[in-house]
Design a protein around this ligand. Sequence first.
Ligand code: CMC
Length: 428
Amino acid sequence: MSDKAKLIFEGKEHLFDVVRGSESEKALDVSSLRSDLDLITIDPGFKNTGSCKSAITFLDGEKGILRYRGYSIEDLAKNADFLQVAFLLIYGELPTNEEYVKFLNDINENAIVDEDLRKILENFPKSAHPMGILSSLTSALIAFNPEKKMSLKNIEDDREYMYNSIVKLLAKIPILVAWVHRRRKGLPLNYGDYNAGYVENITKMMFQVPNQDYVENKTVINAMNKLLILHADHEQNCSTSTVRIVGSSEASLFASVSAGISALWGRLHGGANQAVLEMLEAIKNDGGDTKKYMSKAKDKSDPFRLMGFGHRVYKNFDPRAKIIKVAAHEVLKDLGIDDPILDIAKSLEQEALNDPYFTQRKLYPNVDFYSGIIYKALKIPKEMFTVMFALGRVPGWIAHWREMRMNNDPIGRPRQVYVGSTHRTFKT
Ligand code: CMC
């Protein structure tokens, strides 16, 4: 099999190297195209552009496969614990018992944030969106955790510095998430119970109410664990690419992740989970006529889109959505909740699966379609849904930031095709 591809342009021939991935994906290496032929490639939205080589997550959109470091998402969601998955994504292997205990202890030792950060949080207007607050507070963490310039020449020093930054971030983000949630609910801000597991602690920090005994609810913990695992990584999506590109300028881990949180916020990306619930509630309040909304989604003159449907990469089904749909049923049943919006969601899905508009465009429910129904059952307000997505995605962002730095990837800097005015003279 040839590992070269030929392009003929203006009579000149150019041979490209073909890069092959471990799952037989093929890519043309176009990096020499400009120096050899004075050409660049153009691909708005990077729909067909690989930005890096990565060994973290494998995704086959045609077959609906998602694997973290080789382990299938189905296997991990069923059997693993979120902190194990975080370690796996970041370091490439599942932790041994000893590594797990050390990782959790190191996180717990850093599970404190400066009291001045609490003051910053308290000064946000009550109406501020939790994603804006989370992004700002993550960035503000830098002020209390000063930056060390990494050289990468002294890799051993940097490994330790990186490890410390990673455990600090994994320790502090849950506190910020819990605080943002508690402030919305008018509850006093607290710290966690560091004898508890990582997810148990997050749940307790969020839901513990003063002067009431806190009783751990296994259904809630299992649902949180599963949702966090399902959101933990998704290769080069908008927010992860943002983290990598910000980090490529040698910005710190905290600064890069803060940028990732902002990128996740939009409703075409992580913000879709809030938008889905708003859509389902709007349909319910409008009498539950799903067909009316299906027509709106197909009408090109109507800006309405079926939120939680479609995906840039999945063209068969999103394996995460399958798992979440089953989990939504289980959680509602276990908590004794009968929520009519689950029926509305299932009707929309069923209609879409039988509608050529959706089938021809290969639009299927994505991870955000059913997740909001679970968050709602857990009594998490809808403005917090994308924050929960961010909490789950932190290990993925860290893994990509680390991989990019360890590989010494160059600064991200795309080119463009200029289509503006040609040279003109400023008239005085
Ligand atoms: N409802 C109705 N039509 C849609 C939808 C939808 N949700 N999604 C795509 N289409 C149509 C779109 O109008 C276009 O039609 P045409 O070919 O006639 O112009 C065609 O399908 C292709 O869509 P696209 O916008 O070119 O595809 P994309 O890859 O650029 O966008 C997407 C992917 C996820 C942004 C898009 O499907 C969408 O807006 N979905 C709704 C928002 C959503 O659920 N986002 C969460 C994504 S999964 C979580 C995450 O990782 O971020």
